[in-house]
Design a protein around this ligand. Structure first.
Ligand code: PHE
Length: 451
Protein backbone atom coordinates (compact mmCIF):
# COMPACT_ATOMS: atom_id res chain seq x y z
CA UNK A 1 0.00 0.00 0.00
CA UNK A 2 1.71 3.17 -1.03
CA UNK A 3 0.55 6.39 0.51
CA UNK A 4 2.07 9.81 0.10
CA UNK A 5 3.64 10.92 3.37
CA UNK A 6 1.21 13.81 3.75
CA UNK A 7 -1.85 11.54 3.62
CA UNK A 8 -3.27 10.49 6.97
CA UNK A 9 -6.09 8.01 7.39
CA UNK A 10 -8.86 8.49 9.93
CA UNK A 11 -10.80 5.68 11.58
CA UNK A 12 -14.18 5.00 9.98
CA UNK A 13 -15.97 6.40 13.03
CA UNK A 14 -15.59 6.98 16.75
CA UNK A 15 -16.58 3.41 17.60
CA UNK A 16 -13.87 2.06 15.37
CA UNK A 17 -11.35 4.08 17.35
CA UNK A 18 -12.81 2.84 20.65
CA UNK A 19 -12.61 -0.73 19.37
CA UNK A 20 -8.97 -0.57 18.22
CA UNK A 21 -7.91 1.21 21.39
CA UNK A 22 -9.63 -1.41 23.54
CA UNK A 23 -7.90 -3.93 21.29
CA UNK A 24 -4.56 -2.40 22.19
CA UNK A 25 -5.33 -2.15 25.89
CA UNK A 26 -6.80 -5.61 26.38
CA UNK A 27 -4.03 -8.10 25.91
CA UNK A 28 -1.74 -10.52 27.67
CA UNK A 29 -1.57 -7.88 30.39
CA UNK A 30 -5.21 -8.40 31.31
CA UNK A 31 -5.55 -12.10 30.79
CA UNK A 32 -2.10 -13.53 31.51
CA UNK A 33 -0.50 -10.96 33.82
CA UNK A 34 -3.46 -9.59 35.81
CA UNK A 35 -4.56 -12.94 37.32
CA UNK A 36 -1.07 -13.93 38.42
CA UNK A 37 -0.28 -10.48 39.76
CA UNK A 38 -3.57 -10.37 41.69
CA UNK A 39 -2.95 -13.97 42.74
CA UNK A 40 0.46 -13.22 44.18
CA UNK A 41 -0.21 -9.67 45.44
CA UNK A 42 -2.98 -10.15 47.97
CA UNK A 43 -5.96 -10.57 45.63
CA UNK A 44 -8.60 -7.98 46.46
CA UNK A 45 -6.09 -5.41 47.76
CA UNK A 46 -4.29 -5.44 44.41
CA UNK A 47 -7.56 -5.36 42.48
CA UNK A 48 -8.86 -2.39 44.47
CA UNK A 49 -5.69 -0.31 44.11
CA UNK A 50 -5.47 -1.23 40.44
CA UNK A 51 -9.02 0.05 39.88
CA UNK A 52 -8.28 3.29 41.74
CA UNK A 53 -5.07 3.76 39.69
CA UNK A 54 -6.87 3.15 36.40
CA UNK A 55 -9.36 5.85 37.35
CA UNK A 56 -7.00 8.40 38.89
CA UNK A 57 -3.83 8.06 36.80
CA UNK A 58 -4.56 5.73 33.89
CA UNK A 59 -7.66 7.43 32.52
CA UNK A 60 -6.24 10.98 32.68
CA UNK A 61 -3.04 9.86 30.94
CA UNK A 62 -4.98 7.96 28.32
CA UNK A 63 -6.84 11.20 27.53
CA UNK A 64 -3.56 13.14 27.43
CA UNK A 65 -1.97 10.69 25.00
CA UNK A 66 -4.94 10.67 22.64
CA UNK A 67 -4.99 14.47 22.79
CA UNK A 68 -1.30 14.80 21.84
CA UNK A 69 -1.69 12.29 19.01
CA UNK A 70 -4.67 14.08 17.53
CA UNK A 71 -3.25 17.58 18.00
CA UNK A 72 0.16 16.56 16.60
CA UNK A 73 -1.33 14.54 13.71
CA UNK A 74 1.64 12.29 13.32
CA UNK A 75 3.56 9.28 14.61
CA UNK A 76 4.53 9.67 18.30
CA UNK A 77 7.86 11.38 17.50
CA UNK A 78 6.37 13.87 15.03
CA UNK A 79 3.27 14.40 17.19
CA UNK A 80 5.39 15.38 20.20
CA UNK A 81 7.57 17.63 18.02
CA UNK A 82 4.57 19.25 16.32
CA UNK A 83 2.77 20.02 19.57
CA UNK A 84 6.01 21.19 21.20
CA UNK A 85 6.59 23.48 18.21
CA UNK A 86 3.06 24.83 18.28
CA UNK A 87 3.27 25.63 21.98
CA UNK A 88 6.87 26.91 21.75
CA UNK A 89 8.15 24.17 24.05
CA UNK A 90 11.59 22.60 23.70
CA UNK A 91 12.15 20.13 20.86
CA UNK A 92 13.70 17.83 23.46
CA UNK A 93 10.13 16.67 24.09
CA UNK A 94 10.50 14.70 20.83
CA UNK A 95 12.56 12.25 22.88
CA UNK A 96 9.40 11.18 24.67
CA UNK A 97 8.10 9.97 21.32
CA UNK A 98 11.30 8.02 20.78
CA UNK A 99 11.16 6.35 24.19
CA UNK A 100 7.65 5.20 23.28
CA UNK A 101 8.43 3.98 19.78
CA UNK A 102 11.54 2.06 20.84
CA UNK A 103 9.95 0.80 24.07
CA UNK A 104 7.02 -0.60 22.08
CA UNK A 105 9.37 -2.64 19.88
CA UNK A 106 11.26 -3.95 22.90
CA UNK A 107 7.98 -5.00 24.54
CA UNK A 108 6.93 -6.72 21.34
CA UNK A 109 10.11 -8.82 21.25
CA UNK A 110 9.10 -10.71 24.40
CA UNK A 111 5.33 -10.20 24.08
CA UNK A 112 5.48 -12.18 20.86
CA UNK A 113 7.34 -15.01 22.59
CA UNK A 114 4.68 -15.22 25.33
CA UNK A 115 1.97 -15.07 22.65
CA UNK A 116 3.87 -17.97 21.06
CA UNK A 117 3.32 -19.99 24.27
CA UNK A 118 -0.39 -19.32 23.83
CA UNK A 119 -0.23 -20.59 20.23
CA UNK A 120 1.55 -23.70 21.50
CA UNK A 121 -1.18 -24.35 24.08
CA UNK A 122 -3.90 -23.65 21.51
CA UNK A 123 -2.30 -26.27 19.28
CA UNK A 124 -2.08 -28.66 22.24
CA UNK A 125 -5.76 -28.06 23.06
CA UNK A 126 -6.77 -28.72 19.45
CA UNK A 127 -4.90 -32.03 19.47
CA UNK A 128 -6.56 -33.22 22.69
CA UNK A 129 -3.74 -32.54 25.18
CA UNK A 130 -4.55 -33.62 28.76
CA UNK A 131 -2.69 -33.38 32.07
CA UNK A 132 -3.86 -35.21 35.17
CA UNK A 133 -1.72 -33.73 37.95
CA UNK A 134 -0.30 -30.33 38.89
CA UNK A 135 3.19 -31.80 38.54
CA UNK A 136 2.46 -32.94 34.99
CA UNK A 137 1.07 -29.50 34.09
CA UNK A 138 4.19 -27.85 35.49
CA UNK A 139 6.43 -30.30 33.65
CA UNK A 140 4.78 -29.63 30.27
CA UNK A 141 5.22 -25.88 30.68
CA UNK A 142 8.87 -26.44 31.66
CA UNK A 143 9.37 -28.64 28.62
CA UNK A 144 8.20 -25.79 26.40
CA UNK A 145 10.56 -23.32 28.07
CA UNK A 146 13.40 -25.79 27.58
CA UNK A 147 12.82 -26.07 23.85
CA UNK A 148 14.02 -22.89 22.06
CA UNK A 149 13.32 -24.26 18.57
CA UNK A 150 9.66 -24.85 19.37
CA UNK A 151 9.32 -21.40 20.93
CA UNK A 152 10.99 -19.81 17.91
CA UNK A 153 8.54 -21.43 15.51
CA UNK A 154 5.51 -20.08 17.43
CA UNK A 155 7.16 -16.69 17.92
CA UNK A 156 7.82 -16.47 14.18
CA UNK A 157 4.23 -17.37 13.36
CA UNK A 158 2.88 -14.75 15.76
CA UNK A 159 5.15 -12.06 14.27
CA UNK A 160 3.95 -12.91 10.76
CA UNK A 161 0.31 -12.67 11.89
CA UNK A 162 0.94 -9.29 13.53
CA UNK A 163 3.03 -7.67 10.81
CA UNK A 164 0.70 -9.01 8.12
CA UNK A 165 -2.11 -6.90 9.57
CA UNK A 166 -0.03 -3.73 10.05
CA UNK A 167 1.36 -3.97 6.51
CA UNK A 168 -2.18 -3.76 5.11
CA UNK A 169 -2.68 -0.29 6.54
CA UNK A 170 -4.63 1.54 9.20
CA UNK A 171 -8.16 0.93 7.94
CA UNK A 172 -7.82 -2.17 5.73
CA UNK A 173 -5.50 -3.87 8.22
CA UNK A 174 -5.69 -2.63 11.80
CA UNK A 175 -9.33 -1.51 11.93
CA UNK A 176 -10.62 -4.50 10.01
CA UNK A 177 -8.75 -7.05 12.14
CA UNK A 178 -10.07 -5.45 15.33
CA UNK A 179 -13.63 -5.37 13.98
CA UNK A 180 -13.53 -9.13 13.66
CA UNK A 181 -11.45 -10.10 16.68
CA UNK A 182 -12.77 -7.79 19.39
CA UNK A 183 -16.48 -8.74 19.23
CA UNK A 184 -15.42 -12.40 19.09
CA UNK A 185 -13.26 -11.83 22.14
CA UNK A 186 -16.11 -10.27 24.13
CA UNK A 187 -18.49 -13.05 23.17
CA UNK A 188 -16.06 -15.83 24.12
CA UNK A 189 -15.24 -14.08 27.37
CA UNK A 190 -18.87 -13.75 28.44
CA UNK A 191 -19.53 -17.39 27.58
CA UNK A 192 -16.46 -18.51 29.50
CA UNK A 193 -17.33 -16.43 32.55
CA UNK A 194 -20.82 -17.96 32.57
CA UNK A 195 -19.25 -21.38 32.25
CA UNK A 196 -16.85 -20.52 35.05
CA UNK A 197 -19.98 -19.81 37.14
CA UNK A 198 -21.39 -23.25 36.37
CA UNK A 199 -18.28 -25.43 36.43
CA UNK A 200 -16.06 -23.38 38.73
CA UNK A 201 -16.20 -21.90 42.20
CA UNK A 202 -17.46 -18.38 41.43
CA UNK A 203 -18.19 -17.37 45.05
CA UNK A 204 -14.61 -18.16 46.04
CA UNK A 205 -13.32 -16.18 43.05
CA UNK A 206 -15.56 -13.24 43.94
CA UNK A 207 -14.44 -13.35 47.54
CA UNK A 208 -10.78 -13.50 46.52
CA UNK A 209 -11.02 -10.58 44.11
CA UNK A 210 -13.47 -8.21 45.79
CA UNK A 211 -13.66 -8.85 49.51
CA UNK A 212 -11.27 -6.19 50.65
CA UNK A 213 -8.86 -7.03 53.45
CA UNK A 214 -7.03 -3.86 54.54
CA UNK A 215 -4.17 -5.88 56.05
CA UNK A 216 -3.07 -6.97 52.57
CA UNK A 217 -2.53 -3.39 51.49
CA UNK A 218 1.26 -3.00 51.53
CA UNK A 219 3.37 -0.41 49.64
CA UNK A 220 4.64 -3.19 47.38
CA UNK A 221 1.08 -4.10 46.39
CA UNK A 222 0.20 -0.46 45.72
CA UNK A 223 3.22 0.04 43.49
CA UNK A 224 2.72 -3.19 41.58
CA UNK A 225 -0.87 -2.07 40.93
CA UNK A 226 0.19 1.36 39.63
CA UNK A 227 2.65 -0.28 37.25
CA UNK A 228 0.05 -2.71 36.04
CA UNK A 229 -2.47 0.07 35.40
CA UNK A 230 0.10 1.52 32.98
CA UNK A 231 0.82 -1.70 31.18
CA UNK A 232 -2.78 -2.76 30.87
CA UNK A 233 -3.87 0.58 29.37
CA UNK A 234 -0.94 0.58 26.89
CA UNK A 235 0.28 3.89 28.30
CA UNK A 236 3.57 5.63 27.60
CA UNK A 237 4.58 3.47 24.63
CA UNK A 238 3.31 5.57 21.73
CA UNK A 239 0.57 3.07 20.88
CA UNK A 240 -2.30 5.23 22.11
CA UNK A 241 -0.69 8.36 20.67
CA UNK A 242 -0.33 6.69 17.27
CA UNK A 243 -3.96 5.52 17.31
CA UNK A 244 -5.10 8.95 18.55
CA UNK A 245 -3.42 10.58 15.56
CA UNK A 246 -5.95 8.87 13.30
CA UNK A 247 -8.92 10.15 15.35
CA UNK A 248 -11.23 12.69 13.70
CA UNK A 249 -11.75 16.15 15.16
CA UNK A 250 -15.41 15.65 16.13
CA UNK A 251 -14.96 12.80 18.59
CA UNK A 252 -14.92 13.65 22.27
CA UNK A 253 -11.65 12.51 23.80
CA UNK A 254 -13.11 12.35 27.31
CA UNK A 255 -16.09 10.11 26.51
CA UNK A 256 -14.02 7.92 24.20
CA UNK A 257 -11.34 7.37 26.84
CA UNK A 258 -13.94 6.53 29.43
CA UNK A 259 -15.27 3.76 27.21
CA UNK A 260 -11.81 2.36 26.65
CA UNK A 261 -10.88 2.36 30.33
CA UNK A 262 -14.23 0.86 31.35
CA UNK A 263 -14.25 -1.90 28.76
CA UNK A 264 -10.57 -2.71 29.28
CA UNK A 265 -11.02 -3.04 33.02
CA UNK A 266 -14.19 -5.06 32.67
CA UNK A 267 -12.44 -7.58 30.43
CA UNK A 268 -9.62 -7.93 32.96
CA UNK A 269 -12.08 -8.48 35.81
CA UNK A 270 -14.18 -10.98 33.88
CA UNK A 271 -11.09 -12.92 32.84
CA UNK A 272 -9.94 -12.89 36.47
CA UNK A 273 -13.31 -14.20 37.70
CA UNK A 274 -13.36 -16.97 35.10
CA UNK A 275 -9.77 -18.00 35.79
CA UNK A 276 -10.01 -17.92 39.58
CA UNK A 277 -13.34 -19.78 39.56
CA UNK A 278 -11.62 -22.65 37.79
CA UNK A 279 -8.44 -22.36 39.82
CA UNK A 280 -10.35 -22.61 43.12
CA UNK A 281 -12.68 -25.34 41.92
CA UNK A 282 -9.57 -27.46 41.27
CA UNK A 283 -8.13 -26.64 44.67
CA UNK A 284 -5.16 -24.93 42.99
CA UNK A 285 -2.95 -22.17 44.29
CA UNK A 286 -3.64 -18.68 42.81
CA UNK A 287 -0.22 -17.35 43.77
CA UNK A 288 1.85 -19.53 41.47
CA UNK A 289 3.34 -16.73 39.31
CA UNK A 290 3.71 -16.16 35.55
CA UNK A 291 2.99 -19.79 34.73
CA UNK A 292 -0.43 -19.53 36.43
CA UNK A 293 -2.78 -19.74 33.48
CA UNK A 294 -0.60 -22.10 31.47
CA UNK A 295 -0.32 -24.58 34.33
CA UNK A 296 -3.58 -24.39 36.23
CA UNK A 297 -5.94 -23.97 33.30
CA UNK A 298 -4.90 -27.05 31.29
CA UNK A 299 -5.29 -29.02 34.51
CA UNK A 300 -8.73 -27.54 35.12
CA UNK A 301 -9.76 -28.19 31.50
CA UNK A 302 -8.57 -31.80 31.60
CA UNK A 303 -10.86 -32.76 34.45
CA UNK A 304 -13.93 -30.95 33.18
CA UNK A 305 -16.66 -32.30 30.93
CA UNK A 306 -16.30 -30.55 27.58
CA UNK A 307 -12.96 -29.22 28.79
CA UNK A 308 -11.29 -29.52 25.41
CA UNK A 309 -13.74 -27.12 23.74
CA UNK A 310 -13.41 -24.80 26.71
CA UNK A 311 -9.62 -24.86 26.34
CA UNK A 312 -9.71 -24.16 22.60
CA UNK A 313 -12.00 -21.15 23.09
CA UNK A 314 -9.94 -19.85 25.96
CA UNK A 315 -6.68 -19.91 24.04
CA UNK A 316 -8.32 -18.33 20.98
CA UNK A 317 -9.54 -15.57 23.27
CA UNK A 318 -6.06 -14.92 24.62
CA UNK A 319 -4.57 -15.13 21.13
CA UNK A 320 -6.96 -12.46 19.81
CA UNK A 321 -6.26 -10.23 22.80
CA UNK A 322 -2.49 -10.56 22.31
CA UNK A 323 -2.71 -10.09 18.55
CA UNK A 324 -4.66 -6.82 18.66
CA UNK A 325 -2.22 -5.46 21.28
CA UNK A 326 0.85 -6.53 19.32
CA UNK A 327 -0.48 -4.71 16.27
CA UNK A 328 -0.51 -1.49 18.29
CA UNK A 329 3.10 -2.08 19.34
CA UNK A 330 4.29 -2.18 15.70
CA UNK A 331 2.25 0.73 14.37
CA UNK A 332 4.11 3.67 16.04
CA UNK A 333 7.49 2.85 14.43
CA UNK A 334 5.95 1.90 11.09
CA UNK A 335 4.11 5.24 11.07
CA UNK A 336 7.44 6.99 11.74
CA UNK A 337 9.18 5.09 8.90
CA UNK A 338 6.43 5.94 6.40
CA UNK A 339 5.95 9.56 7.45
CA UNK A 340 9.50 10.62 8.22
CA UNK A 341 11.58 8.46 5.88
CA UNK A 342 9.00 8.04 3.13
CA UNK A 343 9.30 4.24 3.16
CA UNK A 344 6.25 2.39 1.84
CA UNK A 345 4.07 0.77 4.52
CA UNK A 346 4.63 -2.82 3.36
CA UNK A 347 8.43 -2.83 3.49
CA UNK A 348 8.37 -0.62 6.61
CA UNK A 349 6.17 -3.12 8.47
CA UNK A 350 8.08 -6.25 7.36
CA UNK A 351 11.46 -4.61 8.05
CA UNK A 352 10.35 -3.62 11.55
CA UNK A 353 8.98 -7.10 12.11
CA UNK A 354 12.25 -8.67 11.07
CA UNK A 355 14.26 -6.65 13.58
CA UNK A 356 11.85 -7.42 16.44
CA UNK A 357 11.71 -11.08 15.43
CA UNK A 358 15.50 -11.26 15.62
CA UNK A 359 15.57 -9.85 19.14
CA UNK A 360 12.79 -12.28 20.04
CA UNK A 361 15.05 -15.21 19.07
CA UNK A 362 17.35 -14.07 21.90
CA UNK A 363 14.35 -14.01 24.23
CA UNK A 364 13.53 -17.63 23.29
CA UNK A 365 17.10 -18.62 24.15
CA UNK A 366 17.09 -16.71 27.44
CA UNK A 367 14.89 -19.41 29.01
CA UNK A 368 17.34 -22.19 28.24
CA UNK A 369 20.71 -22.13 26.42
CA UNK A 370 21.40 -18.51 27.31
CA UNK A 371 19.87 -18.47 30.78
CA UNK A 372 23.34 -18.07 32.27
CA UNK A 373 23.89 -14.79 30.42
CA UNK A 374 22.48 -12.10 32.67
CA UNK A 375 22.46 -8.33 32.96
CA UNK A 376 22.00 -6.99 36.50
CA UNK A 377 21.08 -10.53 37.46
CA UNK A 378 18.26 -10.67 34.90
CA UNK A 379 18.13 -12.85 31.81
CA UNK A 380 17.20 -11.19 28.51
CA UNK A 381 13.45 -11.80 28.93
CA UNK A 382 13.42 -10.44 32.48
CA UNK A 383 15.67 -7.56 31.53
CA UNK A 384 13.47 -6.41 28.65
CA UNK A 385 10.35 -6.66 30.81
CA UNK A 386 12.01 -4.72 33.61
CA UNK A 387 13.45 -2.06 31.32
CA UNK A 388 10.14 -1.39 29.58
CA UNK A 389 7.51 -1.85 32.33
CA UNK A 390 9.48 -0.49 35.24
CA UNK A 391 11.62 2.21 33.63
CA UNK A 392 10.55 3.33 30.16
CA UNK A 393 6.76 3.26 30.71
CA UNK A 394 6.72 5.26 33.97
CA UNK A 395 9.35 7.69 32.62
CA UNK A 396 7.43 8.36 29.47
CA UNK A 397 4.12 8.60 31.39
CA UNK A 398 5.69 11.10 33.75
CA UNK A 399 7.00 13.15 30.84
CA UNK A 400 3.61 13.15 29.13
CA UNK A 401 1.88 14.34 32.31
CA UNK A 402 4.47 17.10 32.74
CA UNK A 403 4.30 18.09 29.07
CA UNK A 404 0.51 18.47 29.07
CA UNK A 405 0.25 19.79 32.63
CA UNK A 406 3.15 22.25 32.60
CA UNK A 407 4.76 22.79 29.19
CA UNK A 408 1.91 23.05 26.69
CA UNK A 409 0.03 25.83 28.42
CA UNK A 410 -3.63 25.67 29.37
CA UNK A 411 -5.25 27.12 26.23
CA UNK A 412 -4.21 24.67 23.52
CA UNK A 413 -4.96 21.78 25.86
CA UNK A 414 -8.40 23.14 26.65
CA UNK A 415 -9.05 23.83 22.99
CA UNK A 416 -8.25 20.25 21.97
CA UNK A 417 -10.05 18.53 24.87
CA UNK A 418 -13.35 20.46 24.69
CA UNK A 419 -14.42 19.19 28.10
CA UNK A 420 -17.01 20.86 30.36
CA UNK A 421 -15.27 23.36 32.69
CA UNK A 422 -15.43 21.36 35.91
CA UNK A 423 -14.27 18.15 34.26
CA UNK A 424 -11.43 19.97 32.52
CA UNK A 425 -10.12 21.57 35.71
CA UNK A 426 -10.23 18.29 37.59
CA UNK A 427 -8.46 16.42 34.79
CA UNK A 428 -5.86 19.15 34.31
CA UNK A 429 -5.08 19.24 37.99
CA UNK A 430 -4.62 15.49 38.10
CA UNK A 431 -2.10 15.74 35.28
CA UNK A 432 -0.23 18.57 36.93
CA UNK A 433 0.06 17.12 40.41
CA UNK A 434 -1.40 13.72 41.15
CA UNK A 435 -0.18 11.77 38.12
CA UNK A 436 3.46 12.96 38.27
CA UNK A 437 3.54 12.27 42.00
CA UNK A 438 2.02 8.81 41.65
CA UNK A 439 4.40 7.85 38.88
CA UNK A 440 7.39 9.19 40.77
CA UNK A 441 6.46 6.90 43.65
CA UNK A 442 6.56 3.85 41.38
CA UNK A 443 9.85 4.98 40.03
CA UNK A 444 11.42 5.49 43.43
CA UNK A 445 10.26 2.03 44.37
CA UNK A 446 11.95 0.58 41.31
CA UNK A 447 15.17 2.35 42.12
CA UNK A 448 14.97 0.86 45.59
CA UNK A 449 14.09 4.13 47.27
CA UNK A 450 11.08 2.97 49.27
CA UNK A 451 9.19 -0.14 50.39
N1 PHE B 1 -1.91 -3.22 27.07
C1 PHE B 1 -1.33 -4.40 26.51
C2 PHE B 1 -1.70 -5.58 27.38
O1 PHE B 1 -2.35 -5.44 28.37
C3 PHE B 1 0.17 -4.29 26.36
C4 PHE B 1 0.64 -3.06 25.69
C5 PHE B 1 1.48 -2.20 26.34
C6 PHE B 1 0.23 -2.75 24.39
C7 PHE B 1 1.91 -1.01 25.75
C8 PHE B 1 0.66 -1.56 23.78
C9 PHE B 1 1.50 -0.70 24.47
O2 PHE B 1 -1.36 -6.68 27.10
Amino acid sequence: MSQPASFRSTWTNRWAFILVTIGSAVGLGNIWKFPYMAGSQGGSAFVLVYLVCVLLIGLPLLMAEIMIGRRGRGNPVSAMLNVAGETRSSSWWGLVGWVGVVGALLILSFYSVVAGWILDYLFKALTGFRVETAAAAGASFKALLGNPGQMMVWHSLFMILTVGVVARGVIAGIEKANRVMMPALFLILVLLTLWGGVAGDMPAAWHFMFEFKPADLTPGVVLAAVGHAFFSLSLGMGAIMAYGSYLDQDSSIGATSLWVALAGTLVGLLAGLAIFSLTFAQGLEPASGPGLILQTLPLAFSSMPGGQIFAVFFFILILFAAWTSAISLVEPFVAWLTECLGIRRGPAAWGTGLAVWFLGLGVCLSFNNWSAYTLFGLNLFEFLDFLTSRIMMPLSGLAIALFVGWAMGRDPVRDEMRLPDGAFSAWYRVLRYLAPLGILLVFLHVLGGIS
